[in-house]
Design a protein around this ligand. Structure first.
Ligand code: ATP
Length: 349
């Protein structure tokens, strides 16, 4: 996905200095952002970090305190929600309970004055896209959560919006359905070529689905990049800890352990463990070997999560994948040496 230069015509959404204050709360605080046409873009952050408010500002459900919203290069900051070429899928689906699935999907077309036959044909097509045409006569109350979610999606795509805003749309689903819907969402977005803006606090979901991610904190974007950039090169302790698990070495520990006076992050899967009698501690050939003691070993199914207290101070979380019948030997109290490559350390600012 090409990065969109500021203000370029291929930007589906351009935000400049966008702010929304509720009394003393700066829900959104000076956000600058360009989302490219056809991009699957995620806004990721903890509860209260301002993601939903940004989405509502783009949709036109909130008025900005300051700044501008452009859609396809046109300033829509003061335009009403119905006058913007975006549709929103909410977490609670917001389906009409008294209408059939087909009528729910056709509703947006009816509002737009599309004739009855054309409406039915297009609604059936949209239901086909989410593989639910066979349930067209049911009411929402007669569907499973995942099916209701797909109806909500069909209802949104039937009007062919340029931009689809999704506010935690998978939040109410169980893990298995969620994973299935993630795959379907991604395929749908690819097939339709619509720009998706996806709000989630689930970092794994954001990493799986997105072309790019904006990580939010306190109404601001603290890092913007591809999933790989965000995961492999977090620029702050906040991002390193929020997106996946990170071991953080503060400056004092880094100095003792690495001879470097800066804060560092290290992913648990980059560390391997050996018995204390198998390798010598110390740093050689770009590999750090730090002795310590196992304080916890937790079975995860796919592997083990092992906590190690380092002799140099501080502790580590290590993720050992189960491969080919290998069984983690590490037990609580066992002396081990944790090894990792200097290349895998990320320096934080
Ligand atoms: P969540 O994941 O919980 O939905 P979020 O990151 O989407 O959180 P927002 O819903 O955008 O966060 O809220 C950002 C901040 O703005 C929060 O502190 C919230 O309490 C506040 N806020 C949001 N809407 C209003 C409102 N209508 N009136 C007052 N404060 C609000």
């Amino acid at each position: 996905m090409p990065l969109t230069p500021a203000g370029s015509p291929s930007a589906a959404i351009t935000l400049r200095g966008l702010s929304k204050h509720f009394g003393d709360t700066r829900a959104v605080d000076g956000v600058d952002l360009d989302i490219a046409d056809g991009e699957f873009f995620s806004m990721l952050g903890p509860s209260g970090s301002g993601k939903t408010t940004v989405l509502r500002l783009v949709a036109g459900f909130e008025r900005a305190t300051a700044g501008t919203v452009e859609l396809a290069g046109e300033d829509v900051t003061t335009r009403a929600a119905f006058d913007r070429d975006v549709t929103t899928v909410f977490q609670d689906y917001a389906l009409f309970p008294h209408m059939s699935v087909l009528d729910n999907v056709a509703y947006g077309l009816r509002v737009r004055g599309v004739g009855k036959d054309a409406r039915r044909k297009q609604a059936l097509e949209a239901l086909g896209t989410v593989q639910l045409a066979h349930l067209k006569d049911r009411r929402p109350g007669q569907l499973s959560g995942g099916q209701r979610q797909r109806v909500a999606l069909a209802r949104s795509i039937v009007v062919r919006p340029k931009v689809l805003l999704l506010d935690e749309p998978l939040g109410a689903l169980d893990l298995k359905l969620r994973e299935q819907m993630q795959v379907e969402l991604k395929q749908l977005q690819r097939d339709l070529g619509i720009t998706f803006v996806f709000v989630t606090h689930d970092q794994e979901e954001a990493l799986t689905l997105s072309d790019r991610i904006a990580v939010f904190s306190d109404g601001r974007i603290v890092q913007l990049g591809t999933p790989r950039e965000i995961y492999e090169h977090p620029t702050s302790e906040y991002v390193a800890s929020f997106v996946g698990t990170s071991n953080i070495f503060d400056a004092a520990t880094s100095t003792r352990l690495l001879g470097r006076d800066a804060t560092h992050a290290l992913r648990p899967e980059k560390i391997s463990l050996s018995g204390a009698d198998e390798v010598d501690p110390g740093t050689t050939d770009g590999v750090v070997r730090a002795p310590g003691v196992v304080t916890e070993s937790i079975y995860l199914g796919t592997g083990h999560r092992i906590h190690v207290r380092l002799d140099a101070g501080g502790s580590l979380v290590v993720l050992e994948q189960s491969t080919g019948g290998r069984v983690a030997r590490e037990q609580r109290g066992e002396k081990v040496v944790a090894s990792w490559s200097l290349d895998d350390l990320v320096t934080l600012t």
